[in-house]
Ligand binder design. Sequence first.
Ligand code: SF4
Ligand code: SF4
Length: 342
Amino acid sequence: MQNLPGKPRRLNLLWLQSGGCGGCTLSLIGAESPDLLTALDIAGIDLAWHPSLSEATGFELHELLARLISGEEPLDILCLEGSVIRGPRGTGRFHMLSGSERPMKDLIADLAPLANHVVAVGTCAAFGGITAAGDNPSDACGLVYDGREPGGLLGPRFRARSGLPVINVSGCPVHPGWVVETFLQLAGGTLTEADLDGIGRPRFYADHLVHHGCTRNEFYEFKASARNLSEMGCMMEHLGCMGTQVHADCNIRLWNGEGSCTRGGYPCISCTEPGFEELDHPFTLTPKRAGIPVGLPTDMPKAWFVALASLSKAATPERLRKNAVADHIVVPPVGRQGKPQK
Ligand code: SF4
Ligand code: SF4
């Protein structure tokens, strides 16, 4: 769409993919109410290029990149999906820009300082993510983080032309609503550094915990715990759920309008956090010391938690104790007359 005289200039958005699975794009195109293209249009953002959504390939992309790098065309929003690939031995040659002799990491490093805003879409682009797991043979990292350590490709002092740091919209995959809301705020000029948390995530989703709004909260309160996946109880005590420590609004801003990991019967594995790919325990197993889960809520003294947990366990109603280890309600709530409601 063209910029019209007298109207605010439409912004352009370039989306690059490097060391990832493409799952963040798949998630993003599931955006609803409105869909992605409508949301971009409302925000006044034009897709300059996206590997899955644009028709232009090959020469046309190379010409666009040349115009952006020369400054002939401004670059408003640069998005990276997937981690930055630095290997082998710092050359970046494990991922070359198709049809060129340029490592993607060099292209990203050239474009980032020219962009008004730089957005890391997904945990790979933010922190390295799954691609950086294990021995990390491709030497994958995030834009300004290498796992939990500041650094990455651009370094912690990097600022885009707007003065904002890299905006880390982490998640594996990212929630489409987090990306769309970030774009809307950037287009409206309302996203400031104060709206980002300590590791660059937009606070509109990172100021929440996955635990907030989880349908298993009543089981959590009485420490009525599931022992196996598919059971209804809280998954913190035995099944590795990290929802009380993980920053995201997954149980408030549901996925596809109705779901979340915990609602689907799977524990929160902390995919919005740096280093989630290298937890020191299997995803579905709670690490314990002397029978007490190691990963307790971060802002509660451990002794208090343990005291309250034993008190609530002693008071667990039979309904919750039995339902916690069942895959459907076996004991319904009683009515005011002491009988199950019909
Ligand atoms: S963050 Fe997850 S979903 Fe997104 S590209 Fe990386 S591995 Fe794929
Ligand atoms: S399953 Fe996880 S998110 Fe849900 S109540 Fe238990 S600890 Fe919280």
